[in-house]
Design a binder for this molecule. Structure first.
Ligand code: SAH
Length: 401
């Protein structure tokens, strides 16, 4: 594949004026049905100038001949030439923002570049201590792989990164070292001073759910003296935070075989005795039913399930599933207890999610909200890109005591 370079003047693609307005508001995508005129010779990942009927310059983008997203926008200023340097500059700016955010050194795992969210579409970079894991979303940016990796290595090396891994986009996770020293299969990181073991080779996302960092901190602050239930616990981030925050007992429930081994390791890294807590391999829905039947209750319940809505069509069904789940969570929440409900479905927005936590779902006058949060600062989004704000985290307090 010919890597696009800075040299020649890019081809031009005309788009629908409405799509152009979305771009001018800061949205990063042009859907294929909004493309009016494009040269038939355009190749995968080719840099183009985007224009509309009355707007000679809308932005610079990369062309994808097959994806439903035909164009992703990388720059909106016509002056600068468009190429790898533009993209590298975007990554550099994203990295500089994190230098500021994580200056105090108590967190060593965070998102260095949030793709579209940092206005560098398709380029996701997560840092785990001295390792960087890169994910390239979409084939257009994939065509730039080699010069991109070079640029990433140049930008991150002076920041203490000693190895870069490229995450495969297939269903089963795979990571290939593409710069620096070979990546270790697991690595230890700190998050607000909490130590965590991260599985770089087989973990979900790029290894861990970094987007929940501030919510884990919130849970830590809410846990003192409470009996905690963590549903869909995965590597036990919320569980460990709760125990560190002074929970009297933590029950972690996850369906995946082996999820708890990582959690127990993280407990021990923090000087907590995993054996003092419960780790249950079970279906959360079935387990909740049994717990309710036993009359078991908790003072803090956390629910962070996998996405129930993989696409727009399934959003309605997903809301039903959230509602059912939240009802079951409320049934095991003690008087005066707190219920924390999360959703990572981008097709379910905050207001719809809150409908699954209203009085109709949880019981008349029983709960009040104490807070609702979106993604953290290292997962920024342009205001116009609602799709990027997939993460929702809501805390409610039972007032029946
Ligand atoms: N809360 C975690 C991330 C959760 S990811 C964190 O902050 O790191 C979702 C998890 O739900 C996965 O570990 C998956 O194994 C688990 N899971 C999926 N379906 C489940 C079910 N029906 N019951 C219990 N766990 C389930």
């Amino acid at each position: 594949m010919r890597a696009p370079r800075n040299a020649k003047a890019p081809a031009s693609v005309e788009i629908d004026p409405r799509a152009a307005r979305a771009i001018l508001r800061g949205h990063p995508w042009v859907w294929r049905d909004a493309v009016r005129k494009a040269p038939s010779s355009l190749g995968l990942g080719e840099p183009v100038v985007v224009r509309a009927r009355d707007i000679p310059f809308v932005g610079y983008a990369l062309w994808d001949p097959a994806s439903p997203i035909a164009l992703r926008i990388y720059a909106r200023t016509p002056q600068e030439p468009f190429g790898i340097d533009t993209i590298a500059h975007g990554i550099e700016r994203a990295a500089a923002l994190r230098d500021e955010l994580f200056e105090d050194g108590t967190t060593s795992a965070y998102r260095v570049c949030n793709g579209e969210g940092d206005r560098v579409p398709g380029v996701v970079i997560d840092r785990y201590e001295t390792a960087a894991i890169v994910r390239l979303d979409g084939e257009a940016i994939g065509a730039w792989k080699e010069p991109l990796i070079e640029a990433i290595w140049r930008i991150l090396r002076p920041r203490g990164i000693d190895g870069v891994g490229l995450r495969g986009t297939g269903r089963t996770p795979s990571v290939e070292t593409v710069a620096g020293r070979p990546l270790p299969p697991t690595i230890e990181v700190v998050e607000h001073g909490m130590r965590m073991r991260v599985d770089l080779a087989h973990g979900q996302k790029t290894g861990a759910f970094l987007d929940q960092r501030e919510n884990r901190r919130r849970v830590r602050e809410l846990s003192r003296g409470r009996r905690v239930l963590n549903l869909f616990s995965y590597a036990g981030g919320f569980s460990c935070a709760a125990a560190l925050g002074g929970a009297t007992h933590v029950t972690s429930v996850d369906l995946a075989q082996g999820a708890h081994a990582a959690a127990q390791k993280s407990f021990e890294l923090n000087g907590l005795r995993a054996a003092d807590h419960a780790f249950v391999t079970a279906d959360a829905f079935a387990w909740l039913e049994q717990a309710a039947r036993r009359g078991q209750v908790f003072d803090l319940v956390i629910s962070d399930p996998p996405s129930f809505a993989p696409n727009e069509k399934s959003a309605g069904r997903a809301l039903g599933a959230y509602r059912k789940l939240h009802q079951a969570c409320a049934a095991v929440t003690a008087p005066g207890g707190i219920l924390c409900a999360a959703s990572c479905s981008s097709h379910v927005d905050m207001e719809s999610f809150l409908e699954t936590l209203d009085d109709d779902a949880l019981g008349a006058e029983r709960f009040v909200m104490c807070g609702a949060w979106g993604p953290p600062e290292d997962h920024p989004t342009p205001a116009a890109w609602a799709e990027g704000r997939y993460l929702k985290f809501v805390a409610l307090r039972d007032r029946s005591r």
